[in-house]
Design a protein around this ligand. Structure first.
Ligand code: FO1
Length: 317
């Protein structure tokens, strides 16, 4: 069982899949949907798509999002019409995913149904569950135009490259959301629960913000192990260093570990993996240092194995 965001979560899941035997081991991933947005009338689910494409072999490896071998003809035509927004690029191949998803959602299917249908093509080898079927969107309170405004996370992330000082993150709609079907049960039945090295604020944090989800994790019988997305005081990828200060968490492996906190102290962690050379003192949590750079499949598989081994030690402790 893995809680995961997009790019980092997808890579980690690929390593975890390689570390396990599909004949006997099942992986369920609960994926962040707070990054989702409707653009040009289509519903786009960036984190679900990054995980699906990465595990299904369709991802553009360099970007970590969108399709390999992509073309941008439609995007260019949209720009020809001056169609707003022009700062979020949709590739021609990627568009097919959004067209199928939007049509199914409009027909009344749930996001879980849509995700299962899209995965029938991609065969990720991991069960992908959205964190919720309800619409939840992360918005960012920023200082813009001499005032404080809320903009969609993607506008902050992509258009402004997270350079606009953020005052707060708000998950619009989360209060009336519930965990998607199967999420609570999968947590209860898991042998191990892993927090992927995703953005602790807008990815893992958003997942845990769905009412009932954090409790389902904290009360699960399985050991819970997290992997630090911060290495050497900086995010391996993405802009978690622009998000952590907003919630008052230091951009260190120790800071994030303490933020998640020990399950015995009202938090979530039994174990916390940090990168070789980093140190973290997280009261009540078994901390271990292993290489956490997902530079190739072997390293990613090794860190997934280290997380599973730490989980076993926590269970047997
Ligand atoms: N990221 C960008 O930096 N620029 C883009 O134009 C862009 C388009 C895009 C389209 C589909 C999709 O699934 C992801 C896309 N992303 C883009 C990445 C996206 O912003 C991130 O993957 C996550 O939302 C952040 O975790």
């Amino acid at each position: 069982m893995v809680l995961a965001g997009g790019v980092g979560g997808a890579r980690f899941l690929r390593g975890l899949r390689a570390a396990l035997d599909p004949a006997t081991d099942r992986i369920t991933a609960v994926v962040n949907t707070g990054d989702d947005l409707t653009i040009h009338g289509l519903r786009v689910c960036p984190d679900l798509d990054s995980v699906m494409y990465t595990l299904g072999g369709g991802i553009d490896e360099e970007r970590g999002w969108g399709r390999a071998g992509e073309t941008w003809t439609t995007q260019t035509e949209l720009a020809g019409y001056g169609a707003e927004p022009d700062w979020f690029s949709l590739g021609d191949r990627d568009l097919a995913t959004h067209l199928v998803r939007t049509r199914m959602l409009d027909a009344g299917f749930s996001l879980s149904d849509v995700t299962a249908a899209l995965c029938a093509r991609w065969q990720p080898g991991v069960e992908l569950l959205p964190m919720t079927d309800q619409r939840v969107e992360t918005h960012v309170l920023v200082d813009l135009d001499a005032g404080s405004r809320a903009i969609h996370f993607q506008e902050w992330w992509v258009r402004y490259r997270a350079q606009l000082p953020a005052r707060a993150f708000v998950q619009v709609g989360v209060e009336s959301s519930v965990p998607a079907p199967g999420v609570v049960q999968a947590l209860a039945e898991a042998d191990a629960i892993l927090l992927a090295p995703s953005n602790p604020v807008v990815s893992i944090g958003t997942i845990l913000g769905v009412p009932g989800l954090r409790d389902a994790v904290a009360t699960a019988p399985a050991p819970i192990v997290g992997l630090s997305p911060i290495v050497g005081g900086a995010p391996v990828r993405g802009m978690a260093d622009r998000c952590l200060p907003v919630i008052g968490v230091p951009t260190t492996a120790e800071g994030v570990g303490r933020h998640y906190a020990a399950r015995t102290h009202g938090g979530l962690l039994d174990g916390w993996l940090v990168h070789t050379g980093d140190r973290a003192d997280v009261p009540g949590v078994a901390v271990e240092a292993v290489p956490l750079l997902m530079t190739d499949d072997d390293r990613t598989r090794a860190m997934a194995q280290a997380a599973l081994e730490l989980a076993r030690r926590c269970r047997d402790a």
